[in-house]
Design a protein around this ligand. Structure first.
Ligand SMILES: Nc1ncnc2c1ncn2[C@@H]1O[C@H](COP(=O)(O)OP(=O)(O)OP(=O)(O)O)[C@@H](O)[C@H]1O
Length: 234
C-alpha cells in the first residue's frame, strides 16, 4: 500500500527577485514498510523533498499524499498535528535536549504531543530503550554518551509515538563508518519489528548501499534508469 504519493511536486524558494527552483516536478510512490534513500549531490534538493514529505514546508505546486491524507495545502496548525500523529524525525546533529536524560528525551513526544499518562509512558520508553540497545543508559544525559548512542536515542524518540513514517535527513553525517552502518542496521531492524517506513537522505556511499530503494536527485529532478522513473531497487 502506498504511504507517500507525489505527483508533479515542485518547490520554489523565492527571495526578492530571485527564485530557486529546488524541486522541479517529481513523481514517486513509496509503499508502507519501505526502506528508502534519496541520494544526490549537495544542493540537489534532498532536504527540500524530505521537508515537504514531513509537512515542514508546503509544496509550491503538485500533489502530495502522506498516510492517506492530502497534505499539499495543510495550514501550519494542521501540519503540526499531522506530524505529531504520524511522523518521526531523525536529524544529523541528533537534536537531543541537553538538560533532559536519555529516558526523558525519548519520553518527550509522548508528553508534549500525545499526552500519555505516566505509567503508559514509562512502559513505552523502556520498550524503546531496549529495542535500540540502550536499556541501561536511560539516566544519562546526552553529553555523557557517544555520537552513535545519541543517534540510537534519536531513533527511539522518532519511533516512540508509533509513527508510521520516519524521516531522517543525513542521519549518519556526523558518525564514523562503523557507527553509521550500525545506525542504518538499527533503523532496518526497527522497520522489521514495527513496520515503520523509513525515508532518509544521504550522499554517503556507505549508507546508500544499505537502502532497499534508491531515488536519485539531480538539480531538483528525479533521475531515470533504464526508462524507469525514480526508484531503483538496490
Ligand atoms: N530556505 C531556502 N531559501 C532559498 N533557497 C534554498 C532554501 N533551502 C534550500 N535552498 C536551495 O534549494 C536547493 C536545494 O537545497 P537542499 O538543501 O534541498 O539540497 P540538498 O540536496 O539537501 O543539499 P545538502 O546535501 O547540501 O544538504 C539549493 O539550491 C539550495 O541552495
Amino acid at each position: 500500500m502506498a504511504l507517500v504519493e507525489a505527483r508533479n511536486l515542485c518547490k520554489d524558494y523565492v527571495a526578492g527577485e530571485i527564485t530557486v527552483k529546488a524541486i522541479r516536478g517529481v513523481d514517486f510512490t513509496i509503499d508502507t514498510g519501505s526502506f528508502v534513500s534519496f541520494v544526490g549531490p549537495s544542493g540537489s534538493g534532498k532536504s527540500t523533498l524530505l521537508n515537504m514529505i514531513g509537512c515542514l514546508d508546503p509544496p509550491s505546486q503538485g500533489d502530495l499524499v502522506v498516510a492517506g491524507k492530502d497534505v499539499t495545502r495543510l495550514d501550519s496548525r494542521h501540519s503540526a498535528k499531522f506530524r505529531g500523529d504520524h511522523i518521526g524525525f531523525i536529524f544529523q546533529d541528533f537534536n537531543l535536549i541537553p538538560v533532559l536524560t536519555v529516558f526523558e528525551n525519548i519520553e518527550y513526544p509522548l508528553q508534549m504531543v500525545q499526552n500519555w499518562p505516566v505509567e503508559k509512558r514509562r512502559k513505552r520508553v523502556e520498550e524503546l530503550l531496549g529495542a535500540v540497545g540502550m536499556a541501561d543508559q536511560g539516566k544519562k544525559y546526552p553529553n555523557q554518551i557517544s555520537g552513535g548512542q545519541k543517534q540510537r536515542v534519536a531513533v527511539a524518540r522518532a519511533l516512540v509515538t508509533n509513527a508510521k513514517l520516519v524521516l531522517a535527513d543525513e542521519p549518519t553525517a556526523n558518525l564514523d563508518s562503523r557507527t553509521a552502518n550500525r545506525i542504518i542496521g538499527l533503523m532496518k531492524k526497527m522497520r522489521d519489528e514495527f513496520g515503520t517506513t523509513f525515508i532518509f537522505s544521504t550522499h554517503d556511499t556507505r549508507v546508500v548501499e544499505s537502502a532497499e530503494i534508491i531515488f536519485t536527485l539531480e538539480d531538483g529532478v528525479l533521475q531515470t534508469k533504464n526508462g524507469n522513473p525514480g526508484g531503483q531497487h538496490a
